[in-house]
Design a protein around this ligand. Sequence first.
Ligand SMILES: Nc1ncnc2c1ncn2[C@@H]1O[C@H](COP(=O)(O)OP(=O)(O)OP(=O)(O)O)[C@@H](O)[C@H]1O
Ligand SMILES: [Mg+2]
Length: 492
Amino acid sequence: MKALLKMLFEIIRRSLPLSLRWQMVVWYTTAFTVLLLFTGALFYQYLEYRLEASIDTDLQLRAQQIAAEVVLLNGMVNLPGVTGNQIGFSTLPQHSASKPADVNYGELVRLLDAQGHMIAETPAFHALAVPTTSITQPLAGTPWQGTIKTPAGQEVRVTSRMLTDNGKTVALLQVGESLEPLHSLLHQLVAALLFVGLLVLGVCAAGSYWLAAYSFAPIQRLSETARKINAGDLHQRVPVPVIRDEVQFLALTFNEMLDSLEQAFVRQRRFVADASHELRTPVAVIRNTAGVALLEPPQLDETVTALQDIRSETERLTLLLTDLLTLSRGDEGQARFEHEIVQFDQLVETVVATTEVLAAEHAIHLSTQISHPVRVLGDEARLIQVVMNLLDNAIRYTNSGGQVWVTLEQRSEAVALSVRDTGIGIAPEHVPHIFERFYRADSTRRWSEGSGSGLGLSIVEWIVRSHGGSIVVESQVGCGSCFTVYLPSVSA
Ligand SMILES: Nc1ncnc2c1ncn2[C@@H]1O[C@H](COP(=O)(O)OP(=O)(O)OP(=O)(O)O)[C@@H](O)[C@H]1O
Ligand SMILES: [Mg+2]
């Protein structure tokens, strides 16, 4: 039922493409019309019923009055008092030929004897075609009451009752009253109700239009301000109304959305600027190297060295471009992540084994403490990238003769992987920024030999977050750093 109503509303809304303001007017006015029609109909029915009941009471009183004036003489019905009061009330032979009077004017009375033969009637009653049950029923002992229609279509209410003398039926009295005055009164009432109803509906439509205009004015203002805000000036905000209502909530939500949009926009702009800056340096190096090699006269040794330099720069450039691509795919939500059970302990061991050579080259001692078995749910290739980047940093930022520890343990709710080193450490002011793209604690080492691009930890943080985990860093300048990755563990 609810779904049906919803569908009906939707169809009406689609077929009537009105503004919200006019929609409110239409709905309110329709609701009021239905309400007015319903209450009007109820009121009319009740009034008609009450008025008809009062006519029945009147008729019975009138019948009682007339009955009190009927006199019984030698078993014959006599009407001295009645004939005195009733204009034209006479026996049949006297008025049968005369034209019947209008039922709306003149009394409607008829007297019949115990056999149902007419004794007397008023001229107006003569026009009525009274059903035989109105005679037979009271003669059988039950009073009769009913509504009769005249040939002219007028309705008359008639009551029929017997007159008794010592328990014996002596006559039958029928009294009627035209319902025309009642009907014309009711018609006047309907006209008045319609007039008042239309007036109320007009006021209601105007009122709901005004109310809708008043309520939607703040939204109108809000959308006008919002329209003025474009991508260029995202620092603008919509005015927040003082009254705590839905519009205030909407304005606040809108401003919050603008905040995050602005932040994202600034981040994106900085990312593009940083990326172009990072790319410009190696390209310049390659160009210069090639330029030097092409100087006359060409020397084989110098050409070979230049080509080697160009190759190593290109390799670094490729790495940088791969990282950039990874991050931009992550931003766009295009990166696909596998969701498979990964033997994390084995994975960490393998990565450590591959970096042992690099550690040895830098005379760094690498030791592990890995619990077995440790499993996580995720993407194996991405998790390798996490461990690789952390180990690469630990080795890169630790001086020769230093130490790196890799610890993997299964805690109650998470898997914890720590990479700790005795390296140069990170100053407290840099710690909050190291996960930002292109951020390097030592900004002087931009694109110098041995330095990275500053994207490694951004990628680590993105992969860990995508796995539902977190990363924590503790560091002290000159003592070393410890990066701990927490990943949700897989229930056995
Ligand atoms: N173990 C560590 N010890 C000291 N400093 C670190 C360590 N790990 C990261 N840092 C600091 O954080 C910065 C950001 O690290 P990140 O891995 O993102 O970039 P990167 O190592 O410079 O370049 P790459 O993109 O090649 O990884 C580093 O430049 C470095 O200053
Ligand atoms: Mg790094």
